[in-house]
Ligand binder design. Structure first.
Ligand code: MLT
Length: 201
């Protein structure tokens, strides 16, 4: 997958896996990594799917309606890619924390829904429930931060709460943070994620 890797000053810190929103690139979330953990290594990936020229991590049938089979396959592709990148760049694939926004948060959520060992934790900005009616792997010991907007038309507040409950039901520790905003990524929620991150890792 097209990506960039930047080795951090402190290789003991988790590797931050950056996953952009629809139409983004692997450059987009680099400022977030700087705020959350400036000493960490960064693996930032570009989604392999193009929707009218806009990179995404999996196909959708309409806004908010996912192509489930493609989601499953792309999630596996990303999971495999993280392992390959760990071998190539010499980091521990069990020491990875994802930071995703929107479509990137949805594929990060899907990694958690499908693989018990994909991520150590995740910061999910405006995620949706990636799949329903499936049993999740054990997520005991996983730390998840969800940033949600009270007026987010794409992920309604009920959906953020549903995601929190599904992840908690699988054993994850989940912090749900609210902003009185819509779907946009705000500086306030990034600062809140950074504070949370420093307490967890
Ligand atoms: C998705 O397709 O992942 C969601 O609709 C969010 C987005 O627009 O990327």
């Amino acid at each position: 997958m097209k990506h960039l890797f930047r080795k951090g000053k402190n290789e003991q810190r988790p590797v931050l896996l950056l996953l952009h929103g629809t139409g983004g690139t692997e450059e987009d979330l680099l400022p977030l990594a700087q705020i959350v953990d400036p000493d960490a290594s960064v693996l930032s990936v570009r989604g392999n799917v193009l929707e009218n020229g806009m990179p995404r991590f999996f196909r959708r049938l309409a806004e908010g309606v996912f192509d489930e089979q493609d989601l499953i396959e792309r999630t596996e592709e990303l999971y495999t890619f993280i392992g390959e990148a760990a071998d190539e760049y010499g980091f521990d694939r069990h020491n990875v924390v994802a930071i995703g926004y929107s479509n990137g948060a949805n594929i990060a959520g899907s990694l958690l829904f499908h693989y018990g060992d994909a991520l150590k934790g995740a910061i999910l900005h405006h995620p949706m429930v990636p799949r329903r009616g499936v049993s999740l792997p054990s997520l005991a010991g996983k730390q998840v931060f969800i940033a949600a907007g009270e007026n987010d038309p794409m992920c309604r507040p009920e959906e953020s709460q549903e995601l929190e409950q599904l992840l908690q039901g699988a054993g994850a520790s989940v912090t749900l943070h609210w902003e009185n905003r819509g779907h946009q990524l705000t500086r306030e929620e990034v600062d809140a994620a950074a504070l949370w991150y420093r307490r967890q890792f």
